[in-house]
Design a protein around this ligand. Structure first.
Ligand code: NAD
Length: 496
């Protein structure tokens, strides 16, 4: 049984409701956690509020030291954390080792960046004046994370927020809370008590109270559009800062001049990583007619080599989907896309790779003859389903790729700088990848345009998401000014 982490202590929930966390590959119980109550959320906010008073006055270099210690703790615990991530979420362990390392790198990055950035000196408008800006923390930040990269997407918020002098209350996904509680044990416990708190539970009982709490200054959310929109409305009612990292139906274009072998393997990586449960998965694939046959043949052949299984097995490429609900949703989306006239070339159904009738596995799936309007290109399919549309040429591909309500990421494969730059300018996307899909960089901002979100994580932008800018104006002569009352106009001197 894993407890809540509030005010530096592992503590029981006030209502003591318990939830079991199930391994989606084996359906074994991994552990139990509390399904906390609104009263627990409030306790955590009060602890965070109290802790932030002192934390904001710690010099950034001192805050940075603790962030570096958290990075070290993550690296030392990588074996345990990666196993826990696989057992609660299903993702292959080798990818979870990467996830732990990326978290460590992000804590180390913000430890230094926050030390390096505290505002600007501004040229004054008159003599003997000094103008500068300082960056101030917001206060208490609520960080709400999804299931698919439980530690990483929490870290992108929390490392930046605490480096900037905020305190945080973290709500992990109710499906994958264990790795975050483990990080509380080995990492957040190194912080002054109350600076980082973890409250497990549902969106309704914990998430929403943490959004509307009047002592929360900012909500940083990663998750679905439906929940993100609801949170945006709640925050608007209180004029509260909000950062939203939402869903996407990202395009991937294979141009006529692409290295087709590289594109086939890159597109499979971009679509099937984490069994397609990635916000920036290549969910709409457009391939130019002249290379379509070769691309599709290579893509299908490669797909058929992918090994689906328990993520603890080092030979596994794709693990299970997170839950039965998720599996049924993907099954339904594939069925409706095929029903609308698309053609199935591989997969298309749930499978039983462990041969015991357990686990939420879906075969890596390839669908062609997709046309605009089919579910696989208009709904976010959070599963291993590659939906390919063959197009006349690069211009047609760019036009289709750009015609979306979303704008999270976009991928292209081309050897032509002209194609690359044209596509980059035409397609609205927070991240644009050329010949190297889905590679992130702590120093570069990540986020979505249009319905994929508001705000950015990572980079300096990711720090500013958790800071206010204050302009300071100082006159070091301090003399009486000639333009102070009475107004010149009152004495009859009206300017012509
Ligand atoms: P989800 O929206 O169902 O849940 C996300 C989190 O919100 C969970 O912790 C959940 O408990 C919480 N929540 C639910 N209702 C809430 C409420 N009313 N108030 C406050 N919190 C609430 O999303 P999910 O299924 O965990 O994740 C998948 C989605 O996340 C996909 O749409 C995916 O594209 C998106 N995603 C986006 C990014 C990004 O960076 N843009 C990254 C990963 C995932």
């Amino acid at each position: 049984m894993r407890k809540l982490f509030i005010d530096g202590t592992f503590t029981d929930s006030v209502e003591r409701r318990v939830r079991t966390i199930q391994n989606p590959a084996t359906l074994e119980v991994v552990d139990e956690v509390f399904d906390a109550a609104p009263g627990d959320a409030r306790r955590a906010v009060l602890a965070a509020k109290q802790a932030q008073v002192a934390w904001r006055h710690h010099p950034a270099v001192e805050r940075g030291k603790v962030l570096h210690e958290i990075a070290r703790a993550l690296r030392e615990d990588r074996a345990t954390l990666s196993e826990l991530l696989t057992r609660e979420g299903g993702k292959p362990r080798i990818e979870n080792l990467d996830e732990v390392e990326w978290c460590a790198a992000c804590f180390a990055y913000y430890a230094e960046v926050a030390r390096n950035s505290h505002g600007n000196s501004v040229p004054p408008v008159a003599e003997h004046q000094v103008n500068f800006t300082i960056k101030e923390p917001l206060g208490v930040v609520t960080a709400i994370a999804p299931f698919n990269y439980p530690l990483l997407l929490m870290t992108w918020k929390v490392a930046a927020a605490i480096a900037a002098g905020n305190s945080v209350v973290i709500k992990p996904s109710e499906l994958t809370p264990l790795s975050t509680l483990r990080l509380a044990e080995i990492g957040f416990s190194l912080l002054p008590k109350g600076v980082a708190n973890v409250v497990t539970g549902t969106g309704a009982d914990v998430g929403e109270p943490l959004v509307v709490d009047p002592d929360v200054a900012c909500v940083a959310f990663t998750g679905s559009n439906a929940v993100g929109t609801r949170i945006a409305v709640k925050c608007a009612e209180q004029l509260k800062r909000v950062n939203l990292e939402l869903g996407g139906i990202d395009p991937l274009i294979v141009f006529e001049d692409a290295d087709v072998e590289a594109a086939a393997h890159g597109a499979a990586w971009a679509r099937f990583l984490n069994s397609g449960q990635v916000c920036t998965s290549a969910k709409r694939i457009y391939v130019c007619e002249s290379v379509a046959r070769e691309f599709i043949d290579r893509f299908v052949a490669h797909t058929e080599t992918l090994r689906v299984g328990n993520g603890m097995d080092p030979a596994t490429d794709l693990g299970p989907l997170i839950s039965e609900v998720a599996l049924k949703r993907v099954e339904d989306q594939v069925k409706r896309t095929l029903g609308a006239g698309a053609k199935l070339l591989a997969g298309g159904k749930r499978i039983d790779p462990l041969k015991n009738g357990k686990g939420w596995f879906f075969a890596p799936t390839v669908i062609t003859d997709v046309t605009p309007g089919m579910p696989a290109h208009t709904e976010e399919v959070f599963g291993p389903v590659a939906a390919i549309q063959v197009v006349r040429d690069g211009d047609a591909a760019i036009a289709l790729a750009a015609a979306s309500e979303y704008g999270l990421g976009a991928n292209i494969f081309t050897r032509s700088l002209k194609n690359a730059m044209k596509a980059m300018h035409e397609i609205k996307a927070g991240t644009f990848w050329i010949n190297d899909p889905l590679t992130d960089n702590d120093a570069a901002p990540f986020g979505g345009m249009r319905k994929s979100g508001i705000g950015r994580e990572l980079g300096e932008e990711g720090l500013d998401a958790f800071r206010e800018t204050k302009h300071v104006h100082l006159d070091y002569f301090g003399e009486k000014k000639s333009f102070w009352f009475p107004n010149k106009t009152r004495s009859g001197e009206i300017p012509s």
